[in-house]
Design a protein around this ligand. Sequence first.
Ligand code: PLP
Ligand code: COI
Length: 368
Amino acid sequence: MTTIDTDPDTGLDPLEFAVTRNLAAKSNADRDAILASPGFGQSFTDHMVDICWSVRGGWHRPRVSPYGPISLDPAAAVLHYGQEIFEGIKAYRHADGSVHTFRPDQNGRRLQRSARRLALPELPVPYFLQSLRELIAVDGAWVPSGEDQSLYLRPFMFAKEAFLGVRPAHKVAYYLIASPAGAYFKGGVKPVSIWLSEDYSRAGKGGTGAAKTGGNYAASLLPQSEAYENECDQVVFLDQDRNVEELGGMNVVFVYKDGSIVTPQSDSILEGITRDSLLQLARDRGHHVEGRNVPLTEWREGVASGDIVEVFACGTAAVVTPIGTLKGRDFIDEQPSGTLALELREELTNIQYGRAEDKHGWLYRLDA
Ligand code: PLP
Ligand code: COI
């Protein structure tokens, strides 16, 4: 059990996790075979973390257990009304063997904001951080050391109360699982093609677009299939006023010829931590950075006139990916190619993997 002091900000004492080791844990050879070519989201580590919550008992029964199926009552509210949220964050192995994650306080706070919107309880950030450390304490060997590899951590929370009335559940579970990860897109970093979703939206004003909740991703699946049918890799969504929102799982960033950088910002878009970090690195280089509405017409006309010189997408899973093509029902716009996206990607990953100075104090050590 990791020793953690009382949290100075919240006064919370650390939880005491009951740890049950997985007696059927993968052998070193089997694990190494998976880590040699992990793909994305396909294999899972030997353990998982869970913490229960109830109206009466608050957060209780913190556990580290063998990874395995979750037993749920068929009436569990999440199965009927989708009261669920999740996060995505990575653990990186540094050259000296140590394991670090990146801005986990931001993920912890975003999980709290998502919880508020979905009427779920807010997991205190110190408990969130401790859950990451507890899992690494037992599954640290699963953090790969190959180039661009990481251990993708997936915290999630759902309504487990067996009750069919429509109200916030009185019993909730928080879980953390982990999955070794290589490149999110097959073929590594190459420009992606984007399908413009005209018939379907992902979020609405006052809806759940800014929360990381399963329903948003469920809503993106049919338009994503439409993207594949049109030979595109990803889908981009518009809001009701035809402003650009984001991709199914990534934010969008535009680079202008005067060096300024603009990204769509509204209460229907997920506030990406990768985006926030890249924009900080761009500010450090002297770029002017702005979050505002970006009408689709501004994108298309900006590319046509040469005002927009680069467009890229970013998120934890895919890191940074240049956008090569925007395709709609009756047009194909080739996107200009620049160097900033890949330079910022390199700068960010150098910090994450401990190859460059962490000037902003973004790294958080998980294995000590
Ligand atoms: N937008 C959506 C819909 C996402 O799923 C993600 C990925 O988590 C992002 C944006 C980027 O967020 P982050 O950089 O925090 O991973
Ligand atoms: C992430 O980047 O962490 C995501 O959640 C995107 C996708 C895998 C859902």
